[in-house]
Design a protein around this ligand. Structure first.
Ligand code: GLV
Ligand code: MN
Ligand code: MN
Length: 394
């Protein structure tokens, strides 16, 4: 049976309704939110209708299992605090459509908290054994809610962890989330490898005080320490990084966050990514040293939270070959091999079985934003490549 492009697009638009927000096709569906749980219930129903056996594990990873040994396909259906309709959702819905139409057994998964409300690709990190449940449970989100508490939102649906040995490999379709395919007017990307990441929470503790009476030279201002840190690491990274290396301070929380108070505490996220683990380690050294020096020179203290991370991984060459052959059939001359600068559940799953990934373009290279989008013709081309490739995967 051929894949049904109309049914696939309909399901994709239906999934978008869970947590629909903002302009255009925006979505707010963070892990364990009501929208996320409702979306998982809907997906479970779709899996059942496709003849798959539904099993959710204790952290909310949702599987639709084919009988016997099967190929696993999917991605995640949680979103960033402000996200688009395709990041993750595309891979889950494409997997569902392939499972419904393929002659060979295909299981479907929607991993939980790929977007890292509690860390980095939390659900697949736990399933793969990279992160122990006992280590994950005390992790907190930016509001201070522990993972152990948040995952209770799926407890009524949760069963055992799924045994990974039932799967022969994993294929994840995703939007590129970067500018390459769109800029080159290409339809398909076959992923070569996925970068590594490090993510850590840092706290500068200074002295909360009156913003009118405290002379500048007597302040122990946590926000100023943070801005000095940000400028200084840029300078110190210069001889270490490459044009592909990236680093981000994406979340900042000032205490007490008031116009007339010198901030006593700054808590912020520090994240960095690169394809080379040694470079990630050198950057960590610079981050820790710089934060300590800045704190000491300004009369503050600094504290580092647990460091989470994933190593760079290469995709399996046999699965990649099948995707390349499919790409050449469906989009001749309009595809390329490319690395992924975004993280994916495939990184964790690579610990367990061979993995491969397929990208379709992101319009304007925009993602992790409400206006993330992809031409529907490209979405369907990606689905067809998957379908072709799965038929060839042994
Ligand atoms: C995953 O969404 C990432 O941050 O790359
Ligand atoms: Mn994603
Ligand atoms: Mn994402």
């Amino acid at each position: 049976m051929a894949v049904n492009a109309e049914r696939f697009l309909e399901d994709l638009h239906r999934l978008r309704q869970f947590g629909a927000a903002g302009v255009g096709k925006g979505v707010v569906r963070p892990a364990y939110s009501m929208a996320d749980v409702e979306a998982r219930k809907w997906l479970a129903g779709r899996m059942s209708e496709a003849g798959l056996t539904v099993q959710m594990d204790p952290v909310g990873n949702l599987f639709g299992l084919a009988e016997g040994r099967s190929l696993l396909m999917g991605s995640h259906s949680d979103s960033q605090p402000e996200g688009g309709w395709l990041d993750g959702a595309l891979g889950v819905v494409a997997a569902l459509e392939v499972a419904r139409s393929s002659d060979r057994p295909v299981s479907v998964v929607s991993f939980e908290d790929e977007e890292g409300r509690f860390g980095v690709t939390t659900g697949s990190a736990i399933w793969s054994g990279h992160l122990l449940l006992d280590q994950a449970d005390p992790l907190t989100d930016h509001a201070g809610i522990p993972f152990a508490e948040a995952r209770q939102a799926v407890a009524h649906m949760a069963g055992e962890f799924v045994d990974p040995s039932r799967f022969s490999g994993f294929v994840e379709m995703h939007i590129e989330q970067g500018p390459t395919l769109d800029a080159e007017d290409e339809q398909i990307g076959v992923v070569t490898d996925i970068v590594g990441i490090r993510d850590m929470r840092i706290t500068f503790e200074g002295r909360q005080n009156h913003a009118g009476t405290t002379p500048m030279h007597l302040r122990r201002d946590a926000f100023r320490a943070l801005t000095a840190f940000s400028t200084e690491i840029d300078a110190r990274f210069r001889n270490v990084v490459t044009p592909r290396t990236v680093w981000t301070i994406g979340h900042v929380s000032l205490h007490p966050n008031a116009s007339s108070i010198v901030p006593g505490r700054a808590v912020f996220s520090m994240q960095w990514r690169d394809g080379d683990s040694d470079r990630l380690a050198r950057m960590e050294e610079i981050i820790r040293t710089t934060a300590q020096e800045i704190a000491a020179s300004r009369g503050l203290t600094v504290e580092f939270g647990p460091m989470l991370g994933l190593e760079p991984v290469a995709m399996d060459t046999k699965l990649r070959d099948a995707l390349q052959t499919g790409a050449e059939r469906i989009a001749p001359g309009k595809w390329r091999n490319l690395p992924s600068g975004a993280l994916h559940d495939a990184t964790n799953v690579a610990r367990l079985m061979p993995v491969a990934m397929l990208f379709v373009p992101s319009i304007g290279g925009i993602s992790h934003a409400f206006d993330e989008d992809t031409d529907e013709a490209d979405l369907v081309a990606g689905l067809r490549v998957l379908d072709e490739a799965v038929a060839k995967m042994g």
